[in-house]
Design a binder for this molecule. Structure first.
Ligand code: GLN
Length: 478
């Protein structure tokens, strides 16, 4: 086959990291060709989708050529060699503008890479661009970006979820094979489920936070999105592990998350937390129950369980998180970084005011301290339930991807979008979101939640379900 013919045969909208790596290793495609195909798609679609704030065309081409040379020389390469990646614009990237989705940092160019980024680079991944997001990670729709909303590739009038809106849209639209994301209260899982993707929120401390613009430091986790569960596991192999620059990064051993991913779910006990199904939209509930039936057929045991403090999650989150936000955003004073504080958008200002209030003398005990006590009860609920079951399965979002403009005039409405995701952050435990079907042509997701550092098990359960259903094969028509 000639080079041209080979390229034509590759449909990048369906391509996974696993397949791309095989094509590269067997020399059926050059990294430069693969990267060019993706850059072409990024540029073609960005006017429509607004997934990228910065496109790294020159750097990506240059890196691709370098990897091709290493391959030609027969050198040993990293496990993500030549894989086109997008990076949420909250991760510091050396020499590449990093805006946090805010005009405050519109011209900010970091002088160093976040640990996740340097690890991806060492694995020879290629960064094609920096993705749009709700400014500072504040939001659940992508509409809080100072650079305009991102559109859901499955329905352009709908939101892709947030805050990692651009990362989800970039992967789902076939503009890259994977993207980094963060998850402080659901920002990886909710957009993943709105865009038919797999998104991991790791255990707090599993992946270093160093170099990622902090939102709420006790809740922030560094995730990523992919088309498939296997691809997702491959990335955690690279990003997980201790880091001398982040004292909260765990030094516990890093599993090989992709190995034995096909072990199946025989005799795995799956809990169905009843609080996550009360009042849920019937069609979403039906989609999740159907997923559980499939897992049951594969040999899992399903039991109903209770997490009695679930209902306090959103209230606790919207006290603890703004408190930490108000402290983290204090450093953007117009002197050390970026432009002045008058450039903050309405949502960031709202959180700074709320957070400053709940931390102020006289109110601290009534709000922050009390919220921290309830946070402990929420974690205890999970600890207790994991004595009875191995993992939990529940919805990611109480609604389908909503219309652009539908919720952004009412902050409380938007906050309630986080009802099923924030508790895993408050408890610090991992959760894997993955596709479980379509309703009215819009994607729906489930999440598999497990105890601390159970990522390998989450991948195993997710993989078993995915192999039966293969929802990832349904790509958007763009
Ligand atoms: N939607 C949540 C919020 O606005 C989650 C954000 C996140 O995880 N970064 O706080």
């Amino acid at each position: 086959m000639t080079g041209k013919l080979r390229m034509k045969n590759v449909d990048i909208t369906n391509l996974t990291i696993k397949e791309a790596s095989k094509l590269i290793a067997s020399k059926q495609i050059k990294v430069k060709e693969l990267v060019n195909l993706h850059l072409g798609r990024v540029k073609k679609l960005n006017g429509k989708l607004n997934a990228f704030i910065t496109i790294c065309e020159d750097q990506a081409r240059h890196q691709a050529e370098k990897v091709d040379i290493l391959i030609a020389q027969g050198q040993k390469l990293g496990p993500l060699a030549g894989i086109p990646f997008a990076v949420k614009d909250l991760f510091s990237t050396k020499g590449i503008k990093t805006t946090a989705g805010s005009k405050v940092l519109e011209n900010y160019v970091p002088v160093y890479d976040a640990t996740v980024i340097s690890r991806l680079k060492n694995a020879n991944a290629i960064i094609v661009g920096k993705t749009n997001l709700d400014a500072w990670g504040h939001g659940a729709s992508g509409e809080n970006s100072d650079f305009g909303p991102t559109h859901n590739p499955y329905n352009l009038k709908r939101v892709p979820g947030g805050s990692s809106s651009g990362s989800a849209t970039a992967v789902a639209s076939g503009s890259c094979l994977a993207a980094t994301s963060t998850d402080t209260g659901g920002s990886t899982r909710q957009p993943a489920s709105f865009c038919n993707l797999v998104g991991l929120k790791p255990t707090y401390g599993r992946v270093s936070r160093y170099g990622v613009i902090a939102m709420a430091s006790s809740l922030d986790t560094m995730g990523h999105m992919t088309k498939t569960v296997y691809d997702n596991a491959l990335i955690l192999n690279i990003t997980a592990g201790k880091d001398e620059f982040d004292s909260t990064a765990s030094d516990g051993i890093v599993d090989n998350y992709a190995e034995h991913i096909d072990k199946g779910v025989k005799n795995i006990k799956i809990g169905l937390p009843k609080e996550y199904f009360d009042g849920l939209e019937p069609k979403i509930k039906a989609a999740i129950l159907k997923a559980l039936k499939i897992l049951e057929k594969l040999g899992a045991k399903i039991v109903e369980v209770s997490l009695p403090h679930t209902e306090y999650g959103v209230a606790v989150y919207y006290i603890v998180q703004p408190a930490e936000v108000s402290s983290n955003l204090a450093r953007y004073d117009g002197i050390r970084f970026g432009f002045g504080r008058e450039m903050f958008g309405a949502e960031a200002k709202r959180r700074i005011i709320l957070g400053t209030f709940t931390l102020s003398s006289g109110y601290y005990d009534a709000y922050y301290l009390k919220a921290m006590k309830v946070r402990r009860l929420i974690r205890d609920d999970f600890i207790n339930v994991f004595e009875k079951v191995d993992v939990l399965i529940c919805p990611v979002s109480p609604t389908l991807p909503f219309k652009i403009g539908e919720k952004n005039t009412n902050p409380l409405d938007m906050y309630l979008a986080d009802i099923f995701t924030v508790n895993a952050n408050l408890a610090g435990i991992p959760s894997l979101a993955l596709p479980c079907g379509f309703i009215d042509d819009l994607p729906v997701g489930i999440q598999i939640i497990g105890p601390d550092f159970s990522e390998k098990l989450l991948y195993q359960v997710g993989y078993a379900y995915e192999q039966e259903t293969k929802w990832y094969e349904r790509t958007p028509k763009l």
